[in-house]
Each structure stands twice: as structure tokens, then as C-alpha cells.
Design a protein around this ligand. Structure first.
Ligand SMILES: [Mg+2]
Length: 210
């Protein structure tokens, strides 16, 4: 294990959540249109926001969502949304504790780089008893993937060769860091991506791959 700093995505990589409560919240607010909104949320609206903006911010997000969806989205709805996310039912990915334990034993610096608001993501890491493994949690309120400054902030003072990114999103966790000269392994548990991509099916593989 030669890498000194390992940078993890959160959702779909360390934890997987059941977002039904969020879907119900949007349905209560906007009826059937809320359901449609929820279905488009991650891959359309948030993905677009993350490309256009460099930080999550309750005001700019609510304005953006109002414009894009045609639904009247207020900043306080973003606050409610974050409260729901903070207590969302979730489970840890298979092998996450033993992987982090192994890396900690070998004195690796571990970082989370997640594209969402800071408070709910910290709360979720705390609830899963994962927070103490990490030297740093960088949230979407500071930087957003796939912008260069997010990867550079996560790299910190380490050299390019010493860091590696691990995550489940091809564009944000793999192509992004690689395009700025850093290593990455795609966490691809269902083996969905092309064979030419450096990937792993199980988190347990990580320690012999770095
Ligand atoms: Mg993810």
C-alpha cells in the first residue's frame, strides 16, 4: 500500500440510503409533480446544478430548482430537505468497516469528498460510526465535483502520486480526478462499466490495489 491519502465519495460508496422519505416530502409539497421532480432530481437537476455552480448554497439551489422545474422552491424547503437527509434510513456498504480499519492501521490519511450539504452528511457519517476514521470531510458547501478545485482541496498538501480517489460515479469520482492527473478506482459493485476502467467490485479489494 503506497498511497498515503485515500479520498472517498459518500453516497453509493460508503453508505447507501433509502430516499423514500424525501420522495414523500416532495409529493406532499407538490403532488404528482413532486414525484416527477424527485425522479429527475439526481440525474438531471442536481447534476446540472453541480456543473454550473461551484458550491451548494440554499439560496442559489432553491432559485435554480424553481427555474428548472417550474415548481416554487423556497430556501426553507432546502432546509427541510437537509433535515430529512440527516435522518434518512441508510446502511453501510459491505466491507466498509474492515476496509477503513485496515487503512487506519496502515496510517493512511482518509478523506470524504461529497457533493451535498455539510451538516446532513456529517450527521450520516456519525450515525454510521464512520466519522472518526476521516481526517477531513469536504462537502458540497465548500467545493463541488467535477470542478478542479474540489479534487485539489481533497489532495491537500499530498503529492499527486500519493493520492487516490474512490467512488461510484464515473464522471465525478473517476474521470474527474484522472483528468487532473490523479489516480482513481471506480467502485462498480454491479460491474456496469467498460473493462478498460480501473474498477473494483468489492470494497475489500481496495487495500491490495493501492
Ligand atoms: Mg456516489
Amino acid at each position: 500500500m503506497e498511497k498515503k491519502r485515500i479520498i472517498f465519495d459518500l453516497d453509493g460508496t460508503l453508505l447507501t440510503a433509502d430516499f423514500t422519505n424525501l420522495m414523500n416530502y416532495f409529493t406532499r409539497l407538490f403532488g404528482e409533480e413532486g414525484m416527477l421532480f424527485y425522479n429527475n432530481l439526481v440525474y438531471k437537476y442536481l447534476d446540472e446544478y453541480e456543473k454550473e455552480f461551484h458550491q451548494y448554497d440554499r439560496n442559489s439551489l432553491s432559485k435554480f430548482l424553481t427555474t428548472r422545474s417550474g415548481l416554487e422552491f423556497t430556501p426553507s424547503m432546502v432546509d427541510d430537505w437537509n433535515d430529512i437527509v440527516a435522518s434518512i434510513p441508510q446502511k453501510q456498504e459491505n466491507g466498509v468497516y474492515s476496509m477503513l480499519e485496515q487503512l487506519a492501521i496502515h496510517d493512511k490519511s482518509l478523506v470524504v469528498l461529497t457533493n451535498w450539504f455539510r451538516t446532513p452528511q456529517l450527521e450520516r457519517l456519525k450515525r454510521a460510526e464512520l466519522l472518526d476514521y476521516f481526517d477531513q470531510v469536504i462537502s458540497g458547501e465548500e467545493y463541488l465535483k467535477p470542478h478542479r478545485e474540489a479534487y485539489m482541496a481533497a489532495k491537500g498538501g499530498y503529492s499527486y502520486e500519493d493520492v487516490i480517489f474512490v467512488g461510484d460515479n464515473l464522471e465525478k469520482d473517476y474521470i474527474g480526478p484522472k483528468s487532473y492527473g490523479m489516480d482513481a478506482i471506480l467502485y462498480d459493485k454491479n460491474n456496469r462499466n467498460h473493462h478498460s476502467i480501473v474498477k473494483m467490485k468489492r470494497l475489500g479489494e481496495l487495500k491490495r490495489r493501492i
